[in-house]
Every structure is written in structure tokens, then in C-alpha cells.
Write a new protein. Structure first.
Length: 200
């Protein structure tokens, strides 16, 4: 069973339906105990970083997420959920993230239209189970104004160009993050979710 964390900031049902579409049962929960006991978790997110991290703290989810990571169970952050994995964000000030992966969340430069919205391709930088069967330069659907910059570039499994080259898939051990929305990315998005399910 895949557990989708409900902390008031995500498009949860569409992620759940996409997982069910590739054959995986998924439970949406706001109960930290269920999250801590999960075989694998998804941390989605839409909205502001500061609100999201505050909601995770006040709901008791931070300890549950850390327990899952420590146990070596798969964790997938989607969009804002990916950004929350980092050390710090500069969105509307400076806010500490979960610090699971060292790095920053930075604003997309104003040399391009912000937010970055629509289909864009990924450049695969290294092999990873999450992108098994996904070809280089495949297109996914993005909606975001900020991007992650890991301290260790080796954690970047794929990058995307939009004004700059930035990390669009991050992976370290059992922790993964994707900047795009797999639930809006047709069959390739489903492939990503299927690959995640196979890890559990």
C-alpha cells in the first residue's frame, strides 16, 4: 500500500487515481501514525513553501516522514513536495525545509515567464529505478515558480532547461523528488508512478 500524505497542500485525489490506474492501491491520510507505518509514501504539494512546512510541523508529519526515511522506505516528493525535502527555501523569505537532501529552493530567473507552466523535456543525467524505461528528452507537465539546487550535483537524476538548467528529478538512496506532475503527464507520468510502486 502506498500512502499519500494529506497536509492540506496537494492535489491528492488525482495522484491516487493515477496510481490506481497503474495497478497500485493508494491511501490518502492525515494520520502521522499511518504515514510512519507505511511501506512507501508520496509527499505531494501545491502552494507556498512556508505554509506547507508549517502544516507538516503542526500536523505531526515531520517525525513520521523522518521515520520512513530512516527505515529506508521509498519516499517520493512531487512538485512542492520535492522542494520540501531540501534544507532551505527562499520563497517569500527564508524558511527551513525538512533537510532530508542538502540544498536550496530558488526562484526561477525573471529572464523567462514565471511560473514555468506547460510541457517540457528532461535530460537524464544518470540511471535510476524511478526513470527506468523513460527515454532521454521525454516530456512532462510542469507548474512551478521555484526550483531545487542540491549541494551535491550527483543527486540530480535529471535536469530541465527553462531559462537555466535546473534539477527536475532528484534521488538519494530511498528519497526521490520530481518537479513535474506525473498525474498530469499522460503515460510517461504513469510510468514514473509505476516505477515508484515497484520499489515498494
Amino acid at each position: 500500500m502506498i500512502t499519500i500524505i494529506d497536509y492540506g497542500m496537494g492535489n491528492l485525489r488525482s495522484v491516487q487515481k493515477s496510481l490506481e490506474g497503474v495497478g497500485y492501491k493508494a491511501e490518502i491520510t492525515s494520520d502521522p501514525e499511518k504515514v510512519a507505518a507505511a511501506s512507501g509514501i508520496i509527499l505531494p504539494g501545491v502552494g507556498a513553501f512556508a505554509d506547507a512546512i508549517e502544516n507538516l510541523k503542526t500536523s505531526g508529519m515531520v517525525d513520521a516522514i523522518m521515520h520512513v526515511v530512516k527505515e529506508g522506505k521509498p519516499l517520493l516528493g512531487i512538485c512542492l513536495g520535492m522542494q520540501l525535502l531540501m534544507t532551505v527555501s527562499e520563497e517569500n523569505g527564508f524558511y527551513d525545509g525538512l533537510g532530508i537532501i542538502e540544498g536550496q529552493v530558488l526562484k526561477i530567473p525573471s529572464i523567462v515567464k514565471v511560473p514555468h507552466m506547460g510541457w517540457n523535456s528532461i535530460t537524464i543525467k544518470r540511471d535510476h529505478k524511478l526513470i527506468s524505461g523513460v527515454k532521454n528528452n521525454s516530456y512532462f507537465y510542469f507548474v512551478h515558480s521555484y526550483y531545487v539546487k542540491p549541494d551535491n550535483e550527483e543527486y540530480a537524476a535529471a535536469s530541465t532547461h527553462y531559462g537555466i538548467d535546473y534539477c527536475s528529478i532528484i534521488a538519494r538512496d530511498n528519497v526521490m523528488g520530481i518537479q513535474f506532475h506525473p498525474e498530469k503527464s499522460s503515460s510517461l507520468g504513469q510510468k514514473i508512478l509505476r516505477n515508484f510502486g515497484e520499489m515498494i
